[in-house]
Design a protein around this ligand. Structure first.
Ligand code: MRU
Length: 323
């Protein structure tokens, strides 16, 4: 994603890994659509795109920026970063285009730094030769920087730890198979892709040393919403005594939400499940339930890797300070 004078250039993630197509977003509605259709995805990247969307609305002299912010928020309700960043932008007194653009660029810069700090802090829990299981895509595509869970992996590789990564394919959108694998290939980080249901078998046969996942919203008690399937990984990790970490910046912590049961879980179209690349897989009329996220209870989480260090139980997020 890059801002260009009067529009946002965005790498369309729905076309990766086979095509690298950059789209030009010139209106806030195009930004909203890009978030909704997952041309851009991953909690921090969604937030940055939404902030540029609000700036584009100001550039177009949109009369009601509150309405624009509300519409942007509805695109993907679970990831809290968008809400936190848009609230901060709406608190700017004048909300001129220049004010909002500066704020959006500041969020982007800030996210890059947060990713870097998460990557560094995560090194405390990555041993040399570690076999790391991860889910979804938490990398450069999902953030403005190196990523969250994937930043920990990147920094481990760069420091010569000889790690091996297992990436869950992440049904139904395949972010692990399509996007994480693409990022790992570019950096020549050794990895193996697995179907989601192979994770338990790998842990049972002692092939995983640590699980590191990202987050879309972390409640005040540490309950964590992340990509559907994350909870399942946490349960099997606990069963096999494999440490389970969440890597996330302060913009993913929602201290106004007491616990995970209060987090809104986005449901997406049934065609994401019944079709693959547009080809029907299921018989017509097949009923589908397609929640995009699940909530991992705090007692299954070994620790949170944040820009302020690793937070262990009993969880207190005071260290994350004011955002
Ligand atoms: O539906 P997605 O692809 O936006 O879901 C992304 C995730 O679940 C990520 O783990 C999360 O946003 C953190 S990305 C740094």
């Amino acid at each position: 994603m890059e801002w260009k004078e009067d529009h946002l250039r965005l790498l369309d993630q729905t076309l990766l890994p086979h095509q690298s197509v950059w789209k030009e977003l010139r209106t806030w509605q195009e930004c909203a659509n890009a978030i909704q259709t997952m041309m851009v995805r991953g909690a921090p990247a969604i937030a940055v795109c939404g902030c540029y969307g609000l700036a584009l609305a100001a550039l177009a002299n949109e009369p009601d920026l509150n309405l624009v912010a509300r519409s942007l928020l509805q695109t993907r309700p679970t990831a809290v970063n968008l809400q936190i960043c848009l609230n901060r932008m709406m608190a700017i007194p004048q909300k001129t285009f220049v004010d909002l653009l500066n704020a959006a660029q500041e969020f982007e810069r800030e996210d890059r730094e947060l990713c870097n700090a998460i990557g560094e802090n995560g090194q405390a829990i990555v041993k040399p030769n570690a076999r790391i299981l991860t889910i979804c895509n938490t990398g450069a595509l999902a953030t403005a920087g190196d990523g969250t869970a994937l930043a920990v992996i990147r920094h481990a590789h760069r420091s010569g730890k000889a790690i091996h990564v297992y990436t869950c394919e992440t049904r139904p959108r395949m972010q692990g198979l399509k996007l994480t694998a693409w990022e790992l290939l570019q950096e020549e980080i050794p990895f193996t892709s697995i179907v989601d249901s192979a994770a338990a078998m790998l842990m049972q046969s002692n092939q995983i040393d640590v699980v590191i996942a990202g987050a879309d919203r972390i409640a005040a008690n540490g309950d964590t919403a992340n990509k559907i399937g994350t909870y399942m990984l946490a349960v099997i990790a606990a069963h096999h005594k494999v440490p389970f970490y969440i890597a996330a910046p302060r913009t993913t912590f929602d201290l106004a939400t007491a616990e995970g049961s209060k987090i809104i879980i986005e449901e997406r179209a049934d065609t994401e499940v019944t079709t693959i690349e547009g080809h029907p897989m299921a018989a017509a009329g097949t009923k589908v339930y397609n929640p995009a996220f699940d909530v991992t209870p705090n007692d299954l989480i070994t620790g949170f890797i944040t820009e302020s260090g690793i937070i262990k139980p009993p969880f207190s997020f005071d260290a994350l300070g004011k955002r």
